[in-house]
Design a protein around this ligand. Structure first.
Ligand code: UDP
Ligand code: MG
Length: 317
C-alpha cells in the first residue's frame, strides 16, 4: 500500500521545514511506501523556494505550485489529482494537525472504512471567532447532510483513492468531502485527533468564512438530494405556490361572480397573481434544471449512480 500526504500551503514559510521533518519522522515508522504532495497555493513569501529545496533533496516529495492563490479547497483538489497513493491523507500546513495521529487513521482505514475524519476534541483555537461559529456550523452540517460527525473542519482526514477520484470540489467545499463522499456511498469513520495551537504564521481565515460555509452547505444539500432531479424540489415549490395562488384567485372570482363582492380593491388579488407567477417560474426553473442535469450527465457519460463492485462480469454490455 502506498500513502500520499497532501498538504495545502499558503504563506507558511516558518512551518514548512518543521512540518516536513516531523512528518518524515512519523512516515519512517510506517511500513508503507509514501509520497508527500505539497500544493503551494500561490504563496507570496518564501514557501515555494523552501518547497523546491526540499523537493530536490527528497524524491518522495512532489510540489504543485499554483500561479495565484486559489484557496484551500482548490489546493486540496489539486493534491488529490497529483497523489498516486492508494490511501490519501490531508494535513494542514501550519502544524496544527499532528502527524503522529496518522497510524490511528491508517488502522481505522484497515478496518475497511473509505474515509476517516479527524475530530479535534480539544481544539486549540480562539473561542469567539473560531470554536463557537464552528460548533454551530458543525451542528447545522450534521443535521442538514445527515452525515453525523463532531467536526467537519479538521483537515486531517484519510481517504481511499476511489473517494478522492470520484468527487469534484468547488467553493469552500473541502469540509463537505465526508457529506459528498457519503453521497457516493462511502463508509465513514471519525477518530479523535490531537490539535495544536498555531505557533508560527497567521491564520488565513476570518469570521466571514462561516457565511460562505453556510452557502456551500446549501449547494451540497441541494446537489446531494436533488442533483439528478431538480424538478422535484422546484416543481414542489411551484405547485405549492401556484396552487395557493390559483385557490385564492378562484375564491375571489366566486365571490365576485356570485356574491357581487368587488375584486379590484383587494390586496389579496395581488398576492394571488404573485403566487401564480412564482409558481410558473419555479416550475420553469425545475424544467431548465432537468435539461441541465441531462447535459451534465450525458455529456460526460457520468451515470446517476455509483457502483461499488460488479460480481461475475467486469465490462458493461
Ligand atoms: N491555505 C491554503 N490556501 C488558502 C488558505 C489557507 O492553502 O487560501 C492552507 C494554509 O496554508 C493551511 C491550511 O490551508 O495549511 C489551513 O489554513 P489555516 O491554518 O489558516 O486555517 P485555520 O486552521 O485557521 O482554520
Ligand atoms: Mg490552522
Amino acid at each position: 500500500m502506498k500513502l500520499s500526504i497532501v498538504i495545502p500551503i499558503y504563506n507558511e514559510e516558518e512551518n514548512i521545514y518543521p512540518l516536513y521533518e516531523e512528518l518524515k519522522g512519523v512516515l519512517k515508522t510506517l511500513e508503507h511506501d509514501h509520497e508527500i504532495v505539497f500544493v503551494d497555493d500561490g504563496s507570496k513569501d518564501g514557501s515555494l523556494a523552501l518547497l523546491e529545496k526540499i523537493q530536490q533533496q527528497d524524491d518522495k516529495v512532489v510540489v504543485v505550485s499554483f500561479r495565484r492563490n486559489f484557496g484551500q479547497t482548490a489546493a486540496m483538489s489539486a493534491g488529490f489529482r497529483y497523489a498516486t497513493g492508494d490511501v490519501i491523507a490531508t494535513l494542514d500546513g501550519d502544524m496544527q494537525n499532528d502527524p503522529h495521529d496518522l497510524p490511528i487513521f491508517l488502522a481505522k482505514m484497515a478496518e475497511g472504512y473509505d474515509l476517516v475524519s479527524g475530530w479535534r476534541h480539544k481544539r486549540q483555537d480562539p473561542f469567539l471567532n473560531r470554536r463557537l461559529p464552528s460548533m454551530i456550523a458543525n451542528k447545522i452540517i450534521s443535521t442538514v447532510t445527515g452525515v453525523h460527525l463532531h467536526d467537519y473542519g479538521c483537515t486531517l482526514k484519510t481517504f481511499r483513492r476511489e473517494i478522492t477520484q470520484g468527487i469534484n470540489l468547488y467553493g469552500e467545499m473541502h469540509r463537505f468531502i465526508p457529506a459528498i463522499a457519503s453521497g457516493v456511498g462511502s463508509r465513514i469513520a471519525e477518530v479523535q485527533a490531537n490539535h495544536r495551537p498555531r505557533l508560527r504564521g497567521t491564520s488565513k481565515y476570518g469570521i466571514s468564512r462561516t457565511l460562505r460555509v453556510v452557502l456551500d452547505l446549501m449547494t451540497v444539500k441541494f446537489l446531494l438530494s436533488y442533483g439528478t432531479r431538480p424538478i422535484h424540489v422546484f416543481g414542489m415549490l411551484g405547485m405549492a405556490s401556484g396552487g395557493l395562488g390559483f385557490a385564492l384567485a378562484l375564491i375571489m372570482t366566486i365571490q365576485r361572480t356570485f356574491f357581487g363582492m368587488p375584486m379590484a380593491n383587494r390586496p389579496l388579488l395581488l398576492l394571488a397573481v404573485l403566487l401564480l407567477f412564482m409558481g410558473m417560474q419555479f416550475i420553469s426553473m425545475g424544467l431548465l434544471g432537468e435539461l441541465q442535469v441531462r447535459t451534465y450527465h450525458e455529456s460526460q457519460g457520468k451515470p446517476i449512480y455509483v457502483v461499488r463492485k460488479v460480481l461475475g462480469r467486469r465490462e458493461e454490455a
